[in-house]
Design a protein around this ligand. Structure first.
Ligand SMILES: Cc1cc2nc3c(=O)[nH]c(=O)nc-3n(C[C@H](O)[C@H](O)[C@H](O)COP(=O)(O)O)c2cc1C
Length: 141
């Protein structure tokens, strides 16, 4: 199986998870960015509003997402949802080939239908490395 590891991150947690998974799979992680400023308190409030209202952003990909068998997509949770950048990305990917990984403070993603798999990595559980090991171990090579 071939895999692409794609992520969006505001404060680095999803980036770290993506880098760990990509390293284990010997691929380069691909970062999604957008046209927004999510920094600081105002950025946090903006992020919450964009997530809650399903507002669109303009996305850019840093690197190439090649043709692969399955996609591993890592996103922070914003207000119970995936981030706008990843929501836009997923419009162009076959959902049934996407392993979605959601990094959150302590909540499970509610909208989980249609993905190949969904994994919640929650800060409160402090088990990021164990979950990553189990996830990568469960992939077909
Ligand atoms: C706008 C905003 C909303 C958030 N909403 C939730 C939430 O509903 N539930 C939760 O468990 N964590 C929530 N978080 C926490 C993040 O999901 C968590 O810190 C995540 O690991 C951050 O990933 P990052 O460092 O890659 O940006 C929220 C964070 C932000 C910025």
């Amino acid at each position: 199986m071939t895999y692409a590891v794609i992520y969006f991150s505001r404060t680095g947690t999803s980036r770290r998870i993506a880098e760990k998974i990509a390293k284990k799979l010997s691929v380069e992680p691909v970062e999604m960015t957008d046209n927004m400023d999510w920094d600081g308190t105002l950025g946090y409030m903006r992020a919450a509003r964009y997530a809650m209202q399903n507002k669109d952003v303009t996305v850019q990909t840093r690197g190439q997402i090649g043709t692969v068998d399955e996609y591993i997509v890592i996103t922070p949770m914003w207000c119970g949802k995936i981030t706008p950048a990843i929501r836009i990305l997923l419009q162009d990917l076959p959902k049934d080939k996407v392993h979605l990984i959601v990094s959150s403070g302590g909540m499970n993603l509610k909208e989980r239908d249609g993905y190949l798999s969904v994994l919640d990595i929650m800060k409160k559980d402090k088990n990021e490395d164990q979950l990553i090991d189990a996830f990568v171990g469960g992939l077909s090579t």
